[in-house]
Design a protein around this ligand. Structure first.
Ligand SMILES: [Zn+2]
Length: 151
């Protein structure tokens, strides 16, 4: 992290991040610390936390019963209670949930779901295959397809 000491003095970033993780809302976190929500987003980004705009469900115009999409057209599901969220600590890729439903257990951090036809938007169970990160990398010839969970 490349944050100067001056900036650290200005805000308690750790407290902001913790508050954000609990509230899941930039707007709320901003209110709590008297910081504009766009600045909250910058702080989160700087700390490697992805923030989606207007991500608190009710305020999100793209809110469709909890289903939204990431930048690659992959369906993600708002699941703050999931122990292994895919990103933002609150979203899980739908294909992971489908695989978990089939297996009757949560996927581990080392397990990834491969789309057999190469289409990451095709979440039909027949199109999904579970494998390890290493196997997946090998299969894709080293080309990295991101399907990992937050550590
Ligand atoms: Zn794959």
């Amino acid at each position: 992290m490349t944050i100067s000491k001056n900036i650290y003095r200005k805000h308690n970033y750790q407290a902001i991040i913790e508050h954000y993780k609990k509230s899941k809302s930039q707007t709320e976190t901003g209110k709590a610390f008297n910081i504009h929500k766009t600045h909250i987003c910058q702080i989160l980004k700087r700390h490697g936390i992805k923030c989606l705009r207007n991500q608190s469900g009710k305020n999100n115009p793209h809110w469709k019963g909890g289903k939204i999409f990431d930048g690659h057209g992959r369906k993600i599901i708002y699941m703050p209670e999931h122990p292994y969220p895919s990103f933002c600590k609150i979203y899980v890729y739908e294909y992971r949930l489908i695989m978990e439903k089939k297996l009757g257990r949560y996927l581990t951090k080392d397990e990834v779901v491969h789309h057999i036809d190469g289409d990451h938007t095709n979440n039909a169970i027949e199109n999904l295959q579970i494998m390890s990160q290493a196997e997946h990398l090998k299969l894709h010839g080293g080309y990295f397809i991101r399907d990992k969970v937050n550590k």
